[in-house]
Design a protein around this ligand. Sequence first.
Ligand SMILES: Nc1ncnc2c1ncn2[C@@H]1O[C@H](COP(=O)(O)OP(=O)(O)OP(=O)(O)O)[C@@H](O)[C@H]1O
Ligand SMILES: [Mg+2]
Length: 231
Amino acid sequence: MIELCQVSKSFDQLKVLDHLSFKIPKGKILCILGPSGCGKTTILQIVAGLLPIDEGQILKKESIQSSYIFQEPRLLPWKTVRENIDFVLPASTHYLEEKISFYLQKTGLQGYEHYYPYQLSGGMKQRVALVRAFVYEHQLLLMDEPFQALDIKTRNILFNQTHLLWEETKNTIVFVTHQIEEALLLGDEILVLSEKPTKVKEKLEIHIPRLQRKIDAPILQDIYKKVMYSF
Ligand SMILES: Nc1ncnc2c1ncn2[C@@H]1O[C@H](COP(=O)(O)OP(=O)(O)OP(=O)(O)O)[C@@H](O)[C@H]1O
Ligand SMILES: [Mg+2]
């Protein structure tokens, strides 16, 4: 679907990405793990077309609509929860009503539609950003540590929702996380990145159907170890 070929990116004198190459396979979930500051957010911004590259190529076969869950919620402070969701959607959202209320309910935000961001906790803001990204029509979903501000219960609910959303749409997802377990349970492929200047250190594929994965299964534990040792 998208291929990064020999992509390099520096910020002033700081070389972040160093001839980085990998593919984002269509209809699959690609998880990216790597040390803090190695350039994961930079990669997502490049894929979303928000940041230019210095060298290399981004190959896309078709025009792709992407939905982006940023590392921070990025809500408009003068808009309510519902207005922040509607803001990214087409003018008329009546056909999306069911979907919006489904995800508001799943994220525990029902009843908070009229709240402004300053009236929400950090995790609630992140959940609004998740609803907004889920309901926006997309073929590619970019998720930058989307569950980091959430408690375990909400994290599990939204993790499962991401999973179900994928089952329903089979859209492509790029999922950045620091949690190896999340990558093992969700990813078709896992990319482990090096320290800066960043290259791909390890690429692992998981062929077990997502619904059958158990984190303590020996095969996933072996992959867990490979990821740990490659850090
Ligand atoms: N706009 C910018 N200007 C200057 N330097 C930047 C900019 N954006 C990112 N960087 C630098 O690029 C490097 C990679 O940053 P990035 O945010 O992509 O890392 P990351 O892998 O997402 O880290 P984390 O896991 O902590 O979120 C960092 O050293 C950061 O200081
Ligand atoms: Mg980041």
